[in-house]
Ligand binder design. Structure first.
Ligand SMILES: Cc1ncc(C[n+]2csc(CCOP(=O)(O)OP(=O)(O)O)c2C)c(N)n1
Length: 665
């Protein structure tokens, strides 16, 4: 392809999204090429989503040629694919800061741009939000267009059908652009996906139409009549042979399928959709995930979301691959496979995230015991409840953030029935560059008040394996929460009793040196991902002479209270529910202060639980509970390390928090 005819590039010449409409049709392929280069450049530097944004470049340009985002509303489902949209709506200069602290978000964000009409990060919300805007438009006496752009993966989420069911009955103008690339993160799943992929190409459709026409014309006597009837009929060939039949049943006008990389076809279909005033329309657009970048085209699942990579070869930087091998996810994956080999009642369920949750290995080893249900966490949970009620031992592996939408299913379908479902809550804690939509920092709050549910927070490899083993043994609902990233090896040597109900572990006991550094006695209670950094912080303080002596405890220790009034104890409760009450109350009796440190919202988290426990035991006057965690605010995107540093959850910050707590009255 020859270089763009405008020096400095076409993108630089677009100061207002409406200017996309003024471009010559001949310039559009150059613009698409430039956008792809910018996306590849930014993602190769910062990591991010790649295959999905590359697939919708032409679609984004076409949307901005037919609609005006100043007045019209364009809502991206999930939002991970909206990079081209960001580039064309005022963020080209800052696009190199994509996903970096203080930089452009990886998802639509209403506070970032007036053109991001709705924020997202979780799937299947766009049609509901769009319908809401369409109905508000009526109330406000306006006549703008409202569009939802939704992928076939997001179409596996039930909320889409709740919205379409409602939209069809409302019969108001609303445009759903159905971006069908047959891929969720991996190959899409489900009966609908089968049905859609049956009719994928418009070339195929034209061939079928031609063949049916030829056949009818060849039938002597009645053939011509049948053909003209079919042509006149509303339920004509197109509706019958395409997914139109499905959407028309929901009272949508169906247009397509359209080649999503052909500007003329796209603009024609979008203009037709814009002209429909008495009902919602669905424009079925066929796109290729990863389009225009060979490595992503040939392996769209791996290039869905990716770390830093070499743009020339597509090779992901080595540290990433290494990290993955030692991640909590990986330990969960191998532990589950081991346990499942010995117990064929163990089944695993994923909501469209087999790779992310580490269930890929399980799926390969036990294909008949693995179920990918699509992006439908609610269904995943109740499905597990059904299985558990019949004697199976289901493990639902899901990110903490996505579990948020299955709250009632956890409460009503699993815990109220007291069924033995294990929730493997991955990405519990800060996740980094994906930002506030993806941080798993609310699960302790939304789970700990549910009766019958136990919650375990392993801190390392062995505790994770043991926690999973225990969870599968308990015969009641259990959530095992663990973070993203590297799994430190700070457990004691393998011990079948490592995880015992009512037992946590003391990991450090030190004596404070003199009054100057505070001698009131502090027990630091840390959990999960923060146990390791808290231990490191205490070790550093000790080697800096802050404490007199250091007792490193790799094993289970009875709470001795030795450090008590004059020192510091580091304790990991492992069980967030039920809490090891006796041990914690012993700590409260023998220390003047408890400092609870968690990578979780302070509201309703572990610190709150310990405050309640100490207060209910009448020890509040004796022992002060201090809490350190996340404030009542959404944590922005940025490298996890940077976010932790800003929140004083890294080793340096923790040293400060601990010394201040020691000194505080
Ligand atoms: C509720 C929820 N569950 C899981 C995810 C993780 N996730 C992000 S993108 C994606 C696949 C989306 O597929 P599709 O809508 O077809 O978009 P494509 O990436 O193919 O463009 C998934 C499962 C999510 N964002 N939200």
């Amino acid at each position: 392809m020859t270089p763009s005819p405008i020096s400095g590039g076409l993108l630089a010449s677009i100061n207002d999204p409406a200017e996309v409409q003024a471009l010559n049709a001949a310039d559009l392929p150059f613009l698409a090429q430039e956008i792809r280069s910018r996306i590849i450049e930014a993602v190769s530097n910062n990591g991010g989503h790649l295959a999905s944004p590359l697939g919708v470049v032409e679609l984004t340009i076409a949307l901005l040629r037919v609609f005006n985002p100043k007045s019209d509303r364009i809502i991206w489902d999930v939002g991970h694919q909206a990079y081209a949209y960001k580039l064309l709506t005022g963020r080209v200069e800052n696009f190199h800061t994509l996903r970096q602290l203080g930089g452009v978000s990886g998802f639509p964000k209403m506070s970032e741009s007036p053109y991001d009409h709705f924020g997202a990060g979780h799937a299947s919300t766009s049609i509901s939000a769009a319908l809401g805007m369409a109905l508000a438009r009526e109330q406000n006496g306006l006549s703008n267009h409202v569009l939802a752009v939704v992928g076939d993966g997001a179409m596996t989420g039930g909320m889409v059908y709740e919205a379409m069911n409602h939209a069809g009955a409302q019969a108001k103008p609303l445009i759903v652009v159905f971006n069908d690339n047959q891929m969720s993160i991996s190959k899409n799943v489900g009966a609908l996906s089968y049905f859609l992929s049956r009719n994928l190409s418009s070339r195929w459709l034209r061939r079928v139409k031609r063949e049916v026409s030829d056949f009818l014309q060849s039938v002597p006597g009645v053939g011509e009549d049948m053909l003209s009837l079919a042509k006149r009929s509303k339920k004509s060939f197109k509706t019958f042979f395409t997914p139109g039949i499905l959407f028309e049943a929901l009272r949508f006008e169906y247009l397509g399928p359209v080649n999503g990389h052909d500007f003329a076809e796209l603009e024609q279909a979008l203009n037709l959709a814009a002209a429909v005033v008495d009902k919602p329309v669905l424009v079925h657009v066929l796109t290729q995930k990863g389009k225009g970048y060979q490595p992503a085209e040939s392996d769209p699942a791996n290039y869905h979301g990716i770390g830093r990579f070499n743009p020339h070869t597509g090779d992901v930087e080595a540290p990433n691959a290494g990290d993955r091998a030692k991640s909590f996810t990986q330990i969960f994956s191998s532990s589950l496979c081991e346990l499942a080999a010995a117990d064929n009642r163990i089944v695993a369920i994923s909501a469209a995230m087999p790779e992310g949750t580490g269930l890929g290995a399980f799926a390969e080893k036990f294909p008949t015991r693995f179920f990918d249900v699509g992006i439908c966490e609610q269904h995943a949970v109740t499905l597990a409840a059904g299985m558990a009620s019949q004697g199976l031992k289901p493990v639902v592996a899901v990110y903490s953030t996505f579990m948020q939408r299955a709250y009632d299913q956890v409460l009503h379908d699993v815990c109220l029935q007291n069924l033995p479902v294990v929730f493997a809550l991955d990405r519990a804690g800060l996740v980094g560059e994906d930002g506030p939509t993806h941080h798993g920092v609310f699960d302790i709050s939304y789970l700990r008040h549910i009766p019958n549910l136990s919650i375990l927070a392993p801190r390392g490899r062995r505790t994770l394996k043991r926690a999973l083993t225990m969870a599968l043994k308990l015969g009641t609902p259990v959530a095992v929460r663990y973070p993203r990233g590297e799994c430190p090896y700070i457990d004691k040597p393998d011990d079948p009793d490592l995880i015992k109900e009512g037992r946590g572990e003391i990991l450090r006991q030190v004596k404070a040196r003199g009054n100057a550094q505070g001698n009131a006695g502090l027990a630091v209670i840390a959990v999960g991902s923060l146990v390791h950094p808290v231990c490191l912080a205490v070790d550093e303080l000790t080697s800096e002479g802050f404490f007199d002596s250091l007792a490193m405890n790799d094993g289970c220790a009875a709470i001795s209270g030795q450090s008590g009034k004059s020192g510091l104890t580091v304790y990991d409760p492992i069980w967030l529910k039920p809490l090891p009450k006796e041990e914690i109350l012993d700590l409260a009796s023998s220390h003047a202060k408890l400092l609870v440190i968690e990578e979780h919202a302070l509201a309703g988290g572990l610190g709150s639980a310990i405050l309640e426990l100490v207060s209910d035991a009448g020890l509040a006057g004796h022992c002060r509970v201090l809490r350190h965690g996340l404030p009542d605010a959404f944590v922005e995107h940025g490298k996890a390390g940077e976010l932790r540093a800003a929140l004083k959850l890294d080793v340096l910050g923790l040293k400060d928090v601990i010394t201040r707590a020691l000194g505080r009255a």
